[in-house]
Design a protein around this ligand. Structure first.
Ligand code: AMP
Ligand code: ZN
Length: 731
């Protein structure tokens, strides 16, 4: 088997040190949070390597460490950076209980994805002794030194440092994690053992006094304990290469004086909706999130098969939907053929297919090609028993658990009877009655599928049930633009709704009476609501033709959701409203009056003024630098000039600044229109967030705003003026 070796930067043939046995180590999960699907992609890569080796007759000892509380930094706990931990501790749970909770969740996720359990799942806290031993060896061999109970790895002593990543430690990545440590002789040196500060609970005795291990040492210690001093394969995500794996390599080769790992294999990252996954972008999806959206976890495995491990994979829900369809079709093949024949792949006709499959798998794990070949094979003219046999054989590597499709579904008796009745009707050529039986079954939640070898009835999948309710879009790209279509009404009032149903109801209901005075439409993007808001909106739209709802299949970023509104609006004036606002009377007429002045860009009741682009003061009347998103109106004709919103703004905050400046940039004036009959209620999207979340979410957007507009002070009405009311502090 050939794999891309990060160490040699080449695709190389794996040559296990011991014939027939592969020693493999995978950097495993940090268990004070759920694994996100990016982490799981990296574990899937290791699983495909392992399966491929095992199916080809090698024995694999696979170690996947669990980074539990041993390494969990007390600082992280104390700063409350991790809300989950902070709240668990507040609930009186111990760090061990938290770690156990997430360890269990991790094992469940792996099982759902068909990832084979590692031979060993060592926990860091169970191996402190081994970490101390490796550290001692390093000290004895002159690669480590002690300062006041801390032990550091002396990077300058290990001449090979940097051979894995090409990074010789110049950029001091450790400094990002921990504050710069003045006890180090060389800033590149990294911690092997750290003295426990007074009051620290998680501490262990050592020859250097009580303390706790550094970041990289756990993997050197646990790999040696279970696999010996030399490994054949070591896997992880690309972010592990430096400093983690560079550190591991230096430690293990320094301590044992032998090449540590033959083949370093790193998986490229998973992006979500085109950007890096992160908490603050709210796109660090978990497997539970996918299931909550009606997906089968195996569809995610299938999706990961479609992109090579060395290539970044952009996760989208529409790609996942396609993957689930592909998976369902493969399952259907298995079911269909297993009725007709028993699997048997021993025939001569299977040889070429098998060879081609392994060429792809062994060629640096080209799983997309292996999957494509599998599909080609299913459509080939070899016998059904060969096709079924090969499909199940290939699936030992693919891991999609296709065999489970062989089993018939357990359906209630009335369903089985209906199926028989339909068969009889069809035999009598009464197709229309037969069809009504099928429709009836569909209403009862069952799908009838015909194939060459017979008929079966299966319960609808969660995804199928969801998709029947209404159409859902996955991104703004899927929505067509009406920008070039001429005005159809006076007003398009646009709302983005995500839960907080009573707010949505209040807002929409307050707008409806205005429809008697103005030709208008109320456009709502139902942005992944899960609390019944979707149903309420759907009903409303069915009752009232002025209300139009576009449902999304997950929570889109704020700019993306608003872009859907902008693209779909048909009114002369577009009015974007927040669901915390209630109209008490006609506020549209005064807005239209303000906007009839061709020099005005955005008009709205709540404006902002700034002298420095950092502090903003709220004003209620007159010209403003920006208009707040609570209510924000402009002429639709201007859309082609200012363009849609930047979708990198996933959180709502500061998007209004950004978009206001687009109008200023085009030479328009933004106007606060005072005392409109609008009532501002609690802005629950904001008040429901914890202080640290607000900070984190706002800051990213503020940085984006400043990056683009920070040097454009001249756009401000009064540059340099000191607006000392910081009541609307945007950074
Ligand atoms: P952690 O739980 O943070 O230690 O990460 C577990 C594994 O997931 C490591 O091997 C990481 O390199 C990998 N990983 C982290 N983020 C991503 C991502 N976005 N895509 C793929 N793998 C990732
Ligand atoms: Zn590791």
């Amino acid at each position: 088997m050939r794999l891309s070796n990060t160490l040699s930067r080449k695709v190389e043939e794996l040559q296990p040190l011991e014939l027939g046995l592969v020693r493999m180590y995978s950097c495993g999960p940090t268990v004070y949070r759920y694994a996100h699907i990016g982490n799981l992609r990296t574990y899937l890569m290791a699983d495909w390597i392992r399966r491929a080796l095992e199916v080809q007759g090698l024995r694999v000892i696979h170690v996947k460490n669990i980074t539990d509380v041993g390494h969990m930094r007390q600082e992280v706990l104390e700063q409350g950076e991790d809300k989950v931990i902070a709240s668990a501790i507040a609930e009186g749970k111990t760090p061990q209980e938290i770690a156990q909770f997430y360890t269990d969740a991790f094992h469940r996720d792996e099982a759902k994805l068909g990832i084979l359990p590692a031979t060993y799942f060592p926990k860091a806290t169970d191996h402190i002794q081994e970490m101390v031993q490796v550290t001692q060896s390093l000290q004895e061999r002159g690669y480590a030194y002690e300062v006041q109970g801390n032990v550091y790895f002396a990077v300058s002593k290990f001449t090979d440092y940097g051979k894995l990543s090409g990074n010789i430690g110049g950029d001091l990545l450790e400094g990002v994690r921990v504050e710069v440590d003045l006890l180090k002789r060389d800033p590149r040196d990294f911690t092997l053992w750290k003295a426990a500060e007074p009051g620290r609970v998680l501490r262990w005795p050592s020859p250097w006094g009580d303390g706790f291990p550094g970041w990289h040492i756990e993997c050197s210690a646990m790999s040696t304990r279970y696999l010996g001093e030399q490994l054949d394969i070591h896997t992880g995500g690309v972010d592990n290469i430096f400093p983690h794996h560079e550190g591991e390599l230096a430690q293990s080769e320094g301590a044992f004086g032998k090449p540590f790992v033959q083949m370093w294999v790193h998986g490229q990252h998973l992006l979500a909706d085109g950007v890096k996954m992160s908490k603050s972008a709210a796109n660090d999806y978990t497997l539970d999130d996918l299931e909550a959206n009606g997906f089968d976890p195996m569809a995610y495995r299938y999706l990961c098969l479609t992109v090579r491990y060395g290539t970044r994979l952009n996760f989208t829900f529409s790609a996942l939907r396609a993957a689930q369809r592909g998976l369902q079709r493969l399952r259907n093949r298995v079911w269909e053929w297993s009725i007709a024949a028993s699997p048997n792949a021993s025939g001569i006709e299977t040889q070429q297919w098998r060879q081609a499959f392994w060429d792809r798998v062994n060629g640096d794990l080209d799983m997309p090609a292996a999957l494509a070949l599998t599909w080609e094979m299913t459509r080939s003219d070899i016998s059904v028993k060969s096709r079924l046999g090969l499909l199940l054989e290939f699936d030992r590597v693919l891991g999609l658990d296709l065999e489970s499709a062989v089993q018939e579904w357990d359906v209630p008796e009335y369903v089985a009877n209906a199926e028989k009745r339909r068969n009889t009707l069809r035999a009598q050529r009464d197709y229309s009655t037969a069809d009504s039986v099928r429709r009836q079954l569909a209403d009862q939640g069952f799908i009838l599928e015909d194939s060459i070898s017979g008929t079966r009835t299966r319960p609808k999948s969660e995804l199928e049930k969801r998709q029947e309710r209404w159409k859902e879009v996955s991104s703004s790209k899927e929505v067509s633009s009406l920008m070039d279509v001429s005005d159809g009404l006076e007003f398009s009032v646009g709302i983005v709704a995500c839960n907080y149903m009573s707010d949505v109801q209040r807002c929409v209901n307050s707008l409806l009476p205005l429809g008697d005075r103005h030709p208008m439409e109320i456009l709502v993007v139902d942005n992944g609501s899960t609390d019944g808001t979707s149903d309420w909106l759907e009903d409303k739209a069915n009752q009232d033709s002025r209300v139009r709802v576009i449902h999304t299949d997950h929570v889109l970023g704020e700019a993306a959701a608003k872009n859907i509104l902008l693209k779909q609006s048909l009114g002369t004036y577009v009015v974007l409203m927040d669901t915390s606002i209630e109209a008490t009377e006609d506020f549209l007429a005064p807005l239209a009056r303000a906007l009839s002045d061709e020099s005005v860009g955005i008009a709205g009741p709540w404006g902002l003024l700034s002298g420095d682009l950092r502090h903003f003061e709220e004003i209620e009347d007159g010209q403003a630098d920006a208009i707040q998103a609570y209510c924000f109106a402009f002429r639709r004709a201007l859309l082609s000039e200012v363009d849609l919103m930047r979708e990198s703004f996933r959180f709502y905050r500061n998007l209004d600044l950004e978009y206001s400046f687009c109008f200023l940039d085009r030479g328009y004036r933004n106007m606060a229109v005072g005392s409109l009959p609008l009532q501002r209620h609690e802005h629950r999207v904001w008040t429901s967030l914890a202080e640290d979340e607000r900070e984190e979410l706002s800051q990213g957007n503020f940085r984006r705003f400043l990056k683009r507009w920070g040097h454009r002070q001249e756009l401000l009405l009064e540059p340099g003026r000191d607006h000392n009311h910081d009541d609307h502090d945007h950074h």
